[in-house]
Write a protein that binds this ligand. Structure first.
Ligand code: NAD
Length: 290
């Protein structure tokens, strides 16, 4: 397929490279990063989009996505598909879908889970929103870039699924870290707590697959001095998107809001920037109630 790819950063570059390696004809554009091997460089987003059957975007946020969509949509032929894999706010995903519809272009919002390792290895999970017809058209590309793709509903459903998942993840990580910090102060051995919780009703992915305590459970960023993994600032981005969506939809999400505030403090004034989001354990273990 002829593919235009806009946004060749940490995630976009390996995703575009995997598509090129699978035999697709990929033309890429980024305002700062050079194209990876196998990807032809375009001078603008519009040039990357011209003549493409599918245009993929992998950009930092919703405002940039809206700007790039305004550039690429006029260059796309009716009936083609705009596939956005960035994590953006639900309102921007829906606004871009509406603009595209007016131009006769189909859209799929398909944010990913799996991080840079998943992008490099082609093992990402995609959660997708958009018409079934558009999802079916991009499915062969999702198969190259990832291992699993779930069609979640109409425009914005992919972003909605992503932020709901990550709101649960942020909150469960914090409370899992809290439990380890409390166990320390109660004189309860961390390994003993892990052995109990990982097979009891308090278990979660944060405990059993990504344990925030070093030396316990499977290998995780905690065993590598909390080098990310999934950086605290990216978790903060997703928790903010969840609150933005909750406000827009008038949903009551008090724990999600508190999780956002805690990651805000952690990132902005408690040294969390550049650390994995599970480093919240160090912060909590170092503090008392005051
Ligand atoms: P990144 O900052 O490395 O890449 C974004 C790229 O977009 C940059 O190279 C930047 O130069 C480019 N860009 C910005 N404005 C542009 C424009 N107007 N035209 C063309 N290119 C432009 O970010 P990333 O880590 O690759 O993340 C991309 C998206 O994926 C984000 O929405 C992020 O939330 C999401 N995501 C990232 C991870 C991760 O672990 N890094 C995991 C899941 C989801």
């Amino acid at each position: 397929m002829k593919i235009g790819f806009v946004g060749l950063g940490n995630m976009g570059a390996p995703m575009a490279a995997n598509l090129a390696a699978a035999g697709h004809e990929v033309t890429g554009f980024d305002t700062a990063a050079p194209p990876p091997e196998g990807v032809r460089a375009a001078a603008s987003a519009a040039e990357a989009a011209r003549g493409a059957e599918i245009v993929i975007t992998m950009l930092p946020d919703g405002a940039i996505l809206r700007r790039v969509a305004a550039e690429v949509l006029p260059a796309m032929a009716p009936g083609m598909v705009l596939l956005d894999c960035s994590t953006v706010d639900v309102d921007s995903a829906r606004a871009v879908a509406a603009e595209a519809e007016a131009a006769g272009v189909l859209t799929v919002d398909a944010p990913v889970s799996g991080g840079v390792g998943g992008a490099q290895g082609g093992t990402l999970t995609f959660m997708a929103g958009g018409p079934v017809e558009a999802f079916d058209r991009v499915a062969p590309l999702l198969d190259v870039m990832g291992r699993k793709a779930v069609h979640c509903g109409l425009a914005g459903a992919g972003q909605s699924a992503k932020i709901c998942n990550n709101m649960i993840l942020g909150a469960t990580m914090i409370v899992t870290c809290e439990a380890f910090a409390l166990a320390d102060k109660l004189g309860l051995d961390r390994q003993a707590m892990y052995d109990v919780v990982s097979t009891s009703s308090g278990q979660s992915w944060s405990m059993t697959s990504y344990c925030p305590a070093p030396g316990i459970g499977p290998q995780s960023p905690a065993d590598n001095e909390y080098a990310p993994g999934f950086a605290a600032e990216l978790m903060l981005k997703d928790l903010r998107l969840a609150q933005q969506a909750a406000e827009s939809a008038d949903a009551d999400t008090p724990v999600g809001e508190l999780a956002m505030r805690l990651y805000e403090r952690f990132v902005e004034s408690e040294g969390g920037t550049g650390k994995d989001f599970s480093a919240m354990l160090e912060r909590l273990a170092a503090r008392g109630r005051a």
